[in-house]
Write a protein that binds this ligand. Structure first.
Ligand SMILES: Nc1ncnc2c1ncn2[C@@H]1O[C@H](COP(=O)(O)OP(=O)(O)O)[C@@H](O)[C@H]1O
Ligand SMILES: [Mg+2]
Length: 283
């Protein structure tokens, strides 16, 4: 498959030289410099064996912000989130209509290599899922198989530092990751994602299996990470959405009911359904 290498790396803010390069016109589909939209869903419908789980959703995700997706269980949050890095490719019977864009590039363009897309758009799951390997090898593994040619030890340290885990593990990097606490395992999974130098991190209820102390560490970490990364977080926990996100999108039965600044969504929602949900009347 032909890669969209040029376009994806040109589009990325991680490559400022490429972005300011004067070689040729901008790649087709990329956005003008300075456009904050890093991800966008345009009238997206996602169905499982013909049954729609996400219905006609249009949403924009600005760069270096945290966007929370909230809504009752089964409303399509995970389905929507997974579509942005084409994780739904692995699910049998999925049909996607509409457009999903990464920096203006249609991610289903046949020239887009989903593996490359997933390097740009990393993912952290509900249940921490470290590999049954050492702490070090969990972080080093992705860069190694992607033929990272820098100093891998340094990359591992940097990634663990960015994930606020380094101090807790620096003396036991060769120990099994499975010996870490749940909260540490989740920060390790974040470090593993960061080691790939993504631009976006998709988080699907990353704290739902964690205790309150570990949850608050992850929330602090999200606050730090958004200086560099764009974060989309699905959460069940409305206090968490209110604490960590800049923008909140409320979904119900697969439809986007309302999206707005988080403060507004929690204090003066425009829609009655949003108000009922954020005030705990259902869900
Ligand atoms: N792999 C799948 N196969 C068939 N249906 C699915 C699959 N994953 C999710 N669904 C259905 O799609 C709807 C949305 O699910 P999901 O995106 O997981 O919601 P949420 O994350 O908001 O709880 C639900 O009705 C769910 O049963
Ligand atoms: Mg879910």
């Amino acid at each position: 498959m032909v890669k969209l290498n040029v376009q994806l790396s040109k589009a990325g803010s991680a490559a400022p030289d490429a972005a300011s390069s004067t070689q040729g016109a901008p790649a087709a589909g990329t956005l003008p410099d300075g456009d904050p939209r890093i991800l966008e869903a345009r009238n997206v419908t996602i169905s499982y064996s013909g049954n729609p789980a996400v219905r006609g959703v249009s949403l924009e995700f600005p760069e270096r912000k945290v966007t929370a997706i909230i809504g009752p269980s089964g409303c399509g949050k995970s389905t929507l989130l997974r579509s942005f890095n084409r994780m739904n490719d692995f699910v049998e019977g999925v049909g996607i209509d509409g457009q999903l864009l990464y920096r203006g590039i249609d991610i289903h363009d046949p020239r887009v290599d989903p593996m490359e897309l997933r390097l740009k758009i990393g993912m952290v799951f509900q249940k921490p899922n470290p590999f049954p390997k050492s702490i070090y090898r969990n972080v080093a593994w992705g860069p190694k198989i992607n033929r990272y040619d820098g100093n891998i030890k340094q990359l591992v340290e940097e990634s663990l530092r960015k994930a606020a885990l380094w101090d807790e593990v620096k003396d036991r990097l060769d120990d099994s990751a499975l010996g870490l606490s749940g909260g540490q395992q989740q920060r390790l999974c974040i470090a593993r994602a960061l080691a790939m130098s993504p631009e976006v991190i998709l988080m699907d209820e990353p704290c739902s299996a964690l205790d309150p102390v570990s949850t608050s560490r992850i929330e602090d970490l999200i606050f730090e990470l958004k200086k560099t990364f764009t974060i989309v977080i699905v959460t069940h926990n409305m206090q968490q959405a209110a604490r960590v996100s800049d923008t909140t999108a409320f979904l119900e039965l697969g439809k986007l009911i309302e999206v707005g600044e988080t403060d507004q969504m929690f204090t003066k929602p425009r829609e009655k359904r949003t108000e009922d949900y954020v005030s705990g009347r259902f869900g």
